[in-house]
Write a protein that binds this ligand. Structure first.
Ligand SMILES: [Zn+2]
Length: 227
């Protein structure tokens, strides 16, 4: 049954490629989902500025600034209707591109990639967790293991976007729990989210991961806001 389903899915995706070949999300030219010309518009950061301002995070890496309108557009394309899940691939490529430019010697294979879990209500509405699929693509690009379902969202919290910096910290506290620490015990972890604003969410994830035995935790995102 499952193989039949997988088979049907493959036929559909091949048919899609024939009838609807990939077009660049930005300029609509046929070819890649994000063409090389348009990738330059994202202004991938060539420099990494270490961020040690979060108690449980050794550092934070972000590929772009969220004020870039192309980054916003593509992340929205992934997260809002009509969901373009395939955009997770070019978005993860932005992260990989940033590491290539700014941190050539970074060895992804030493790390375990863990996505930030999504609130239940959002997950039901969207049908997928964007951090999961970005993490999966980043794992594929960087050859690092991805451990989904290690963290669980155990508390329904207010939307962080509606809160100020101090409120965000208390709002998110206790929102996550470790469901399975076997994949990352005594290993360094990359905690992955789409956008980092204050860092309160990934810092809280990092707290839980550290308590559960992660050797260290580094935050990774496609984009970061200025605030
Ligand atoms: Zn283009």
């Amino acid at each position: 049954m499952l193989t039949q389903y997988a088979h049907a899915k493959r036929i559909i995706s091949t048919a899609k490629e024939i009838f609807f070949p990939a077009r660049c999300f930005i300029c609509k030219r046929y070819g890649d989902l994000l063409c090389a010309d348009c990738q330059t518009l994202f202004d991938i950061s060539r420099v990494h500025r270490p961020d040690r301002n979060h108690k449980y995070l050794a550092d934070i890496f972000a590929a772009c600034g969220y004020e870039n309108k192309y980054v916003q557009k593509m992340i929205r394309g992934l997260k809002y209707e009509p969901f373009r899940k395939e955009l997770a691939c070019p978005l993860a490529e932005l992260i990989a591109g940033h590491f290539k430019l700014a941190e050539q010697n970074f060895n992804f294979r030493e790390f375990v990639i863990v996505p930030v879990p999504l609130a239940e209500k959002r997950l039901r509405w969207r049908g997928f967790n964007q951090a999961d699929i970005i993490a999966r693509e980043l794992g594929r690009l960087s050859d690092a293991p991805v451990a989904e379902n290690c963290l669980a969202r155990v508390l329904e919290t207010k939307n962080q976007a509606d809160l100020g910096q101090a409120e965000r910290l208390t709002n998110i506290k206790g929102a996550f729990a470790c469901a399975n620490n076997a994949p990352f015990k005594n290993k360094p972890v990359l905690i992955v989210d789409d956008v980092i604003t204050t860092g309160a969410t990934i810092n809280e994830c990092a707290r839980v991961l550290s308590r559960a035995g992660a050797a260290k935790v580094i935050g990774v995102a496609i984009a970061r806001t200025n605030s």
